[in-house]
Design a protein around this ligand. Sequence first.
Ligand code: SF4
Length: 368
Amino acid sequence: MNRKNDKSQYNKAIRDIERKKTKKIKIGSIAVGGNAPIVVQSMLKTNPENFQETLTQARDLKNAGCELIRIALPHEDTCQILPFLRREIDVPIIGDIHFNHKIALKAMETGIDAIRINPGTINNVRKVREIAKNAKETKTPIRIGINIGSIEKRILKTKGKPDAGSMVESALYSIKLFEDEGWTQLKVSLKASDIFQTIKAYKIFAGVSDYPLHIGITEAGPVFSGAIKSAVGIGILLYEGIGDTIRVSLTGNPVYEVIAAYHILRDLGLRKRGINIISCPTCGRCSTNLKEIVEEFEKDVANIDKHLNVAIMGCEVNGPGEAREADIGIAFGANKAILFSKGDIIRTGIPKEMAKDLLKEEIFNRIS
Ligand code: SF4
């Protein structure tokens, strides 16, 4: 396939993504669902009793572009951090509650932006109703977060096994409990570590309900393999038009979760944020230390949130073509490099050691 066809196929793929229209809710200042952009979420991994360490990680997440931050609240006392976080950081905070519904009530008292409950670990209809009543009174949006590993015993008894169907059943049942109390500021997640179960559950749910969906592959694994697994699972759902908020769950620094989430959204043309680096894998024709240049460049531009496509290419085979197509591009040759901007050559004969700095200069000129 030639380049032109390649591009038109890609553009067609983007046009093919038609987001399923869901109800719009608001979590703090962030709109979720409806026609709002898909929101990037992550979760704090620090001990919530350590205020300073938690705030530092929350700030790192914010700087990486995280738009909703979830925090585990394992017992009532951990709610003490919530007023502190609200004062210090302006990203909406979602409290993650399991087992003890009183923690949810306590968190709502502090004016938290949203609560995530897992009906399977609360496992008691009366307690879920109590949360619903309180959510309505305090106007707190709720995520009903179903996880295949902790489906309510009552549902497992009738459905027999934990699968996509029982996850959906659990979600619909919990939604009904909230609706009965007159509270509909809800979003739903249906997570499994198995991609196929996850996709199936979300597709079934999206066919019968228009509540907004938080999507992700739970317990996806370490940073590298987990990001790939998440990209496959989340990518398929997004391509189907499903998903209003996303989280890439990784065993590692949560900043990587945010970076990976934006890569997925950017590669599907759903959000444009940050510098998209197009670089060749190098081969025996490359006479430049491209790996080092690209790695350093990636670090240098990591905090830029404006979107640009930047090509860094190893030789004249595909270099000039890719560099010309990108917003800004550099193509190395045997001894020198050529710099492109908006498809035009703006400088030739660049000594290799100057190439990265000139590229960065051009980017800063463009975004400032
Ligand atoms: S652009 Fe050149 S150096 Fe890079 S992979 Fe292709 S042929 Fe090799």
